[in-house]
Design a protein around this ligand. Structure first.
Ligand SMILES: Cc1ncc(COP(=O)(O)O)c(C=O)c1O
Length: 340
């Protein structure tokens, strides 16, 4: 199978498995796992923050962050397509007791002016207290769109002026940085907290890291424990993350080039109505109304290619560590042969 459903489907390479096998581990709940400690220190330093926390998933890292930043009854501002709102099991509402003010961004990216308009008057008790702004970079539902630094800086200034926290869902932050060429620290310093995923483009089997101040991470550690995320010899997993940082960041440009090749193949197909601009490793496209996504996905599957539906009309391809040039060529040939 050529699996383009998600960059989460990668399997650890032999070298990554060896790094996991050789990991020095201890009980992380006691703070005694050398591999987890090394990963947390490295990620904190890399993004210009004081501390970090290894979490079981991107969802856990995001939801722990939201819980620490807010009180029940507060409101969080994010894009209408944000993963934290749409795809995290209602955690924003259920775990943190917050409401969401949804913005209509440009493929997931909104402006400081939109945030300003969405702020609630803190002096008016009718309204929930606006407490947190969440940015997602790259934007999953936006087809892997990347935020511009100036846009983030504008929102940061506004947040600072209003005493709001700013969290980055950086599930694919390394994909964004591979394109902008910025150092992680330059982006990292713009946010109060960041979650960075190791098990998407970086190809580790498990894990995300939450980064922030020492005080924030101390509280996050308590919340993570409370929801059952205190793992013991987690260093076997952290070792895969450390290996990924050393070996799988530099190659992300290959995934982006392959995604662009898939985009170019789709552009030549008459049955494709629209393709979102391809900026990183995600390609989202809409089929002409006569061609239903279920039918299209079944056609692909019969040729041993998997993709994901996005809503009722669109389809998503995601390139990753286990997709090679020859796979992209096979998919391109298949797309051209489809009846549509
Ligand atoms: C933008 C974004 N944030 C967060 C997550 C959550 O990550 P996880 O599946 O590890 O919980 C995902 C997963 O696909 C994602 O795409």
């Amino acid at each position: 199978m050529i699996d383009l459903r998600s960059d989460t489907v990668t399997l650890p390479t032999t070298a990554m498995r060896e790094a996991m096998f050789d990991a020095r581990v201890g009980d992380d709940v006691y703070g005694e796992d050398p591999a987890v400690n090394a990963l947390e220190e490295r990620m904190a330093g890399m993004f210009g923050h004081e501390a970090a926390l290894f979490c079981a998933s991107g969802t856990m890292a995001n939801q722990v962050a939201i819980k620490v930043h807010t009180q029940p009854g507060d409101e969080v501002i994010c894009d209408e397509g944000a993963h934290i709102y749409r795809y995290e099991g209602g955690g924003l509402m259920a775990t943190s007791g917050c409401s969401a003010k949804l913005l209509q961004g440009d493929r997931g990216r909104f402006t400081a002016a939109q945030v300003e308009e969405a702020l609630n008057d803190p002096g008016n008790p009718h309204f929930p207290r606006t407490r947190l702004v969440c940015v997602e970079d790259t934007c999953n539902r936006g087809g892997g769109a990347i935020w511009r630094r100036e846009a983030i800086a504008g929102i940061r200034e506004l947040c600072m002026g209003h005493g709001l926290a700013m969290h980055l869902d950086g599930a694919r932050l390394f994909n964004a940085l591979a394109v902008t060429g910025e150092r992680p620290e330059e982006r990292g310093r713009l946010f109060t907290s960041i979650s960075v995923c190791l098990s998407k483009g970086l190809g580790a089997p498990v894990g995300s890291v939450l980064v922030g101040s020492t005080a924030f991470i101390a509280q996050a550690r308590r919340v993570r424990k409370r929801i059952g995320g205190g793992m013991r010899q987690a260093g076997f997993l952290a070792a895969a993350g450390l290996y990924a940082l050393d070996h799988h960041v530099q190659r992300l440009g290959d995934d982006h080039r392959r995604a662009m090749e898939l985009g170019a193949s789709l552009a030549a197909c008459a049955w494709v109505e629209q393709i979102l601009p391809v900026e990183t490793n995600i390609v989202i496209f809409r089929l002409r109304p006569a061609y239903r996504p279920e039918e299209f996905l079944a056609h692909l599957k019969s040729r041993r290619i998997l993709a994901s539906p996005v809503g009722p009309w669109s389809v998503r391809f995601v390139t990753h560590l286990d997709i090679r040039d020859e796979d992209v060529a096979k998919v391109g040939a298949c797309l051209q042969s489809l009846p549509g």
